[in-house]
Design a protein around this ligand. Structure first.
Ligand SMILES: [Zn+2]
Length: 352
């Protein structure tokens, strides 16, 4: 059964040398979003890097969709899905071909935007659109190297994460689940994280500082609101291990730490960009709010990851060779490994 939705809006716009094509399967809020995209593009089109790519005029195709179901299905069918950073929940993403970086396809997920609270937030939308447009401009030797690297992880779980009398099949199942979570965390922060920092740094360089700051302040506020339920989650996990009789309480603590790392450490990708661009007052303001409202509520091992991650990402050079980039990835992985090792999940990590 076809789940395709009819096109409700199609329009063409020209901003300097850039052509903006808009295709939408929703109506509400579309004109407003186009206005914001045009304002963002006006700032980009004044930048020399935007104009630099030879004779090729830039083409931006903006898809404003109720959700990304069809897109995700289509890409999954073509096996074109990278392992991380994708999925139905993503509020926005840019798909572009490195061979033709002057053409971007930006997909806006209206449901995802509404869920994240961005849909009616003009500066947040402006920052998000600028971030996606910045990705192809932020491509450099280091991002090219990152695209060709793979992290191979061999987690080793401490024996005391599992009850000695646990069912062996259930233990194997849990190990697979933990391994999957660890892999996603490492890919997100070590392989994709540096690319996000470079895109964010460019957003700041192109004078979207207020918009990005606003988005990040809101993100801290949301993280702080979610951390309120952490003690309940902790109790629930402890109760679950009692009932299931497979994991120990130590494993429940490891699961909680993994969850905290997944949910909160990518904030380092935001602050690192502010540090990188020498916007110290803004970086410190954001960092302080994040430390007081979010990090103070997680385990010390997880808390210690943030400054190390942020420091290294803020200083990441853009012109690294493949071997140098692999070394950086390995160091980032080492920072995460220290926290997880303290929780009973040791890691042998290779970058190839
Ligand atoms: Zn991004």
């Amino acid at each position: 059964m076809s789940r395709a939705r009819p096109v409700k809006h199609f329009s063409l716009h020209r901003i300097g040398e850039t052509e903006l094509r808009v295709i939408a399967d929703v109506e509400d809020g579309v004109l407003h979003l186009i206005d914001i995209q045009i304002q963002v593009l006006q700032k980009f089109s004044n930048d020399v890097r935007w104009q630099r790519d030879g004779n090729a005029a830039r083409t931006i195709t903006l898809f404003i969709l109720r959700n990304l179901e069809s897109l995700v299905q289509h890409l999954a069918a073509q096996a074109a899905l990278p392992s991380m950073g994708w999925g139905r929940a993503r509020p926005i993403l840019n798909v572009y071909d490195l061979a033709h970086p002057t053409a971007s396809n930006i997909f806006v997920n209206q449901e995802g935007m509404e869920r994240a609270g961005y849909w009616n937030d003009e500066p947040a939308l402006s920052a998000l659109l600028a971030h996606e447009l910045a990705h192809p401009l932020a491509e450099c030797e280091t991002t090219h190297a990152l695209r060709n690297l793979t992290l191979i992880l061999h987690p080793r779980f401490a024996a005391n994460l599992f009850r000695p009398d646990a069912n062996a099949a259930r233990v194997r199942e849990w190990k697979r689940t933990l391994e999957q979570q660890v892999r996603e965390l490492f890919d997100k922060l070590c392989l994709y994280g540096p690319r996000e920092v470079l895109a964010n740094a460019l957003v700041l360089e192109l004078r979207f500082t207020d918009a990005l700051l606003h988005l990040d302040v809101e993100n801290v506020r949301r993280a702080a609101a979610s951390i309120v339920i952490r003690p309940a989650l902790q109790e629930q996990l402890q109760a679950q291990v009692e009932t299931e009789r497979v994991l120990t309480h130590r494993a429940a603590a490891a699961l909680l730490a993994l969850g905290d790392m997944q949910s909160h450490l990518d904030f380092a990708l935001e602050t690192a960009a502010f540090y990188r661009q020498g916007k110290l007052a803004e970086a410190k303001m954001l960092e302080r709010a994040f430390q007081v409202d979010v990090l103070a509520h997680v385990d010390p091992e997880v808390r210690a990851v943030y400054p190390a991650l942020c420091d290294q990402l803020a200083q990441l050079p853009q012109n690294l060779t493949r071997a140098q980039t692999a070394l950086q990835v390995k160091q980032l992985a080492g920072i995460l490994d220290r926290a997880l090792r303290a929780k009973g999940i040791g890691m042998e990590c290779q970058v190839v």
